[in-house]
Every structure is written in C-alpha cells, then in structure tokens.
Design a protein around this ligand. Structure first.
Ligand code: SF4
Length: 472
C-alpha cells in the first residue's frame, strides 16, 4: 500500500488524508510501532524463535554509558472498548489488574538499575482506571527504586475516571502533565465513538486537574468522525481551545481492521468524506494557531508559555528545562511540547514496560507480549516479557530516524542528524531530498531540511522514501 503512494503525483486527496492519519494516529502517544516490527509480528508465533531470552533479564548500564532517560509504562485496561480502537487494551476482570500492578512493579525493579528517567509516560489503555491503592503501589515502588523526579511525567486520563483524590496522589508523587482523552465535545459524536465520558465530565475533570495543581494538560481530539460536520468541529475546537490547556493533540479517525468502526465502513453504513477531512485538518491548524498554539509535529500543538497569571517559571527557565531533557537547544520547541514524544521522534533511547509496550535501548528494539496474562506469568517468573527483539543496521536506523524526525515541523538540522546517526542526510539521501523539494513538500532552510505545510499532510509518503532495507 505504502509503496504505491511514493510518487506525490500518484496521491489523490483520498490517499493524502489517510497519510495524515497513518502518521498522526494515537500510536504517537506511546512508543512508535516501527515498520519492521509489523513484519516481525507477522512472522512471530507464540513460541517465537526470535532470540530475545537475554533481553528478559535485568539490564545493566554498560561501562561508560549513561542510564536510559525515558520510560513508558502501558496500562492495558479500558472500561469499554471504543469503536475505533485497535490498541492493546481490555476491560478489567477479576483480579487481573492487581496481578498486572504486581507484574509492572517487578518489571520496574528489573529496569531501574539502568534507568534515570527524565521523561515518564503512563499510557494505555486507561491509566486513570487504576484505583488509588493500585496507583499508590506503583508510585511507592518507583520511589523505592529511585525512579521519581522526572522533569516531565505524563499520565493519560479518561475524563470519566478522574477524581480529586487520584489527581492529588499523582501530583504529590511528581506527575506534572496530564493527557486527557477528550476526542469530541459533542455528545452524539462521543456516543458514536463509543466513549464512556460525557462533555460535562470533560469540563469537570479539567477543573479537578487544575485544582490539584496540574498546570500542563494536553487535550486529545479526533476529527473526521463519521457524522461530524465542519460546524461540529469548529464548535468542539473553540470549546476545547477555550479550556486553556497547554497542549493539543489531534488525530484523524483511523479505520483499523478488527474494529467495529472498520466493519461498519466495510458494510457501507457510512462513507468517508476525504475532502471534508482535509478541510477539518486545515481548520485545526489555523484555529489552534489563532488561539496561541504552535504546531511542532503533524498532530501536536503546544503553547509557548503559560498565561500571564499562571505558573511561577519564566519562559526562559521553562525552555531550559526542555533543553535539558533533550540535550538540544536548537530544536526550537514550544514551551509545552511533549518532551517524551519528541524523544521518540529524535531517536532517544526509551524503556517500554507493560503488555504490548515497545522500547529502543542502545540499538536494540524490543516489544513485550500483547497479552496481559502472558506478561504477568513472565514477570512472576522474574523475567521481562519480551516477545520480539531486533537490532537494526546503522543505515536502516538512520533512515528510520530521518523519517521520524520529518514528522516534526522543525525537520532535521543537518549537524543534529549526523550527531544522532553518524550519517549525512545530504549525501545519504540527496535524490529523496531533491524530489521532495521539487514537488513542494519540503524545503531546505539554512542548515535544516523540513517538510512544508503541504508536505506535512503527506508526511508518511515523504518519510517512506528515507527508509533503507535492513541488512543487519
Ligand atoms: S480509551 Fe483509548 S485505549 Fe481505551 S478503548 Fe478507547 S481509544 Fe482505546
């Protein structure tokens, strides 16, 4: 499918908007699932021959290396499965959540000696579904293991499962960023998506989070929902922007196989209006900019500073904190950009814990089993629950990083790319760069290469060109 989209001239509007969704889908809130993983997944059986056994033991920081600075934890439970969702999550039943909590604590113990997280992200699933007691078990374990104190620590919340007690507990332990899955502020569309929350709960939860001291909140929205009109979208956008959050993520609905929404589409219950989807994306970019957000990635927008009367840090201090996390002052990120996700797009190492979580550490990419029972069984035996692992050849990894970095408005600074990968973008991919510039999808500005506004729409097709076969 992707190969046929490589030529810009081959792209019609229909294909373009799908490219937006493919590269801007909710997977970006969590470790990115890379193309070769899909191949590995397809090839793997339950008793995979992929040699991952040694990765299941406690990792050790190699001599001269630094511990890993990024940590992702997947919480695989949702009260109800949304119509469009293909992520690994299931309704909690029996004692499975307590068993999961014990297993994830065990996995934290295993990676802790090699992890000093500067960014932490609890995604799902619905992390806010965990009870106070379950959260406390995890947070106390992190305290004991010296894993607290991240500069940015995000927890995803569903507006229906936010409580003042939970918000306070998270804040007390150092969680300082909440990502709230709002998706829409239209009751009918929320129902259409199978969401469990109401619009009223969004406003109430937002106030609860603010009252608990969260001054960095992301609002997740979806567009091109079946039945959504431009008027719906503008209303939701206006109301969401008026909330005053620091960050906005917005994704087009993706029709993933094995989801109810996909089945309904296939059955002809509704049609996809691709032109409207493009217009909704344009409205998103324009309205969020008018409200003071700066787009820094295909689907991500952030404020550059807090409102006049909020927060105690100056803009310079905040920016510096971000630079410290990424070790790079030239990225020119908005103040409230999600550092954790930026880390993925710039190729930083990150541990991934919990069922189905992916990680990339010192050249090795690995993924946990997407099966909570299997995950728990492995951890109860004292080993990490790795399903797959692979090492990429340096050029293949560089190609992937080129592709990921182009998702960001900033693109790649030539020297940064060389520092990260050891390859020169200009000499390694001259034809690809020239072609994208020729068709107006990309530009070379000073010492960096980046997609244009038009190119951001086709980012996946643009990025595909930079991938190299893995001959490792
Ligand atoms: S809450 Fe999120 S993870 Fe859970 S089913 Fe809905 S979209 Fe999927």
């Amino acid at each position: 499918m992707v190969a046929s989209l490589i030529s810009p001239d081959n792209l019609d509007r229909n294909e373009r908007i799908h490219l937006i969704s493919r590269v801007g889908g909710p997977t970006l809130r969590r470790p990115v699932v890379l193309p070769s993983f899909a191949a590995l997944n397809a090839a793997a059986s339950t008793d995979s021959a992929v040699p991952v056994r040694w990765l299941t033991t406690a990792p050790v920081t190699p001599a001269g290396a630094s511990p890993v600075r990024s940590l992702y934890v997947h919480v695989p439970f949702c009260a109800h499965k949304c119509e469009y969702c293909a992520f690994y999550s299931a309704p909690p039943s029996g004692d499975v959540v307590n068993r999961y909590v014990a297993a994830v604590v065990r996995e934290l113990e295993l990676v802790a000696p090699d992890c000093r997280p500067e960014t932490v992200f609890f995604g799902g699933g619905t992390p806010s579904l965990l009870t106070l007691k379950q959260w406390e078990t995890i947070l106390r374990a992190m305290e004991r293991l010296n894993l607290l104190g991240a500069a940015e620590w995000t927890v995803e919340c569903n507006p229906a499962t936010v409580s003042a007690d939970k918000a306070k507990l998270l804040r007390d332990f150092g969680v300082n960023r909440i990502s709230m899955g709002v998706q829409s502020l239209d009751e009918q569309l929320l129902e259409r998506l199978g969401r469990i929350h109401t619009r009223e709960q969004v406003f109430r939860s937002f106030d609860t989070l603010r009252a608990a001291g969260f001054d960095n909140v992301n609002v997740d929205l979806m567009f091109a929902i079946p039945g959504q009109t431009m008027a719906h979208w503008q209303r939701t956008l206006d109301e969401a922007l008026a909330l005053g959050s620091e960050h906005l993520s917005s994704y087009e609905v993706i029709y993933e196989e094995d989801t109810p929404l996909f089945a309904q589409l296939k059955a002809g219950e509704f049609d996809v209006d691709e032109d409207l989807a493009c217009d909704l994306y344009d409205a998103l970019i324009d309205r969020s900019a008018a409200a003071g957000f700066r787009q820094y990635e295909i689907a991500n927008f952030a404020r550059d500073r807090r409102g006049n009367d909020q927060g105690s840090m100056t803009h310079d201090q905040e920016s510096k904190a971000g630079e410290l996390v990424l070790g790079n002052s030239s990225l020119d990120l908005p103040t409230f950009a999600c550092r954790h996700n930026v880390g993925y797009w710039r190729g930083l190492d990150s541990y991934g814990l919990g069922p189905s979580a992916s990680e990339y550490v010192r050249g090795l990419r690995a993924k946990n089993w997407s099966n909570t029972t299997l995950y728990c069984e492995q951890l109860e035996k004292g080993r990490r629950a790795k399903e797959l692992a692979e090492a990429l050849a340096p050029e293949a990894r560089a190609g992937e990083l080129a592709a990921f970095g182009l998702r960001m408005n900033r693109g790649w600074g030539f020297s940064e790319f060389t520092e990260r990968t050891g390859f020169d973008l200009r000499s390694g991919w001259p034809a690809e760069m020239a072609e994208l510039i020729r068709c107006g999808w990309a530009a070379e500005t000073g010492d960096r290469f980046h997609l244009t506004r038009t190119g951001l729409r086709f980012a996946d097709a643009a990025a595909e060109r930079f991938l190299r076969p893995d001959s490792a």
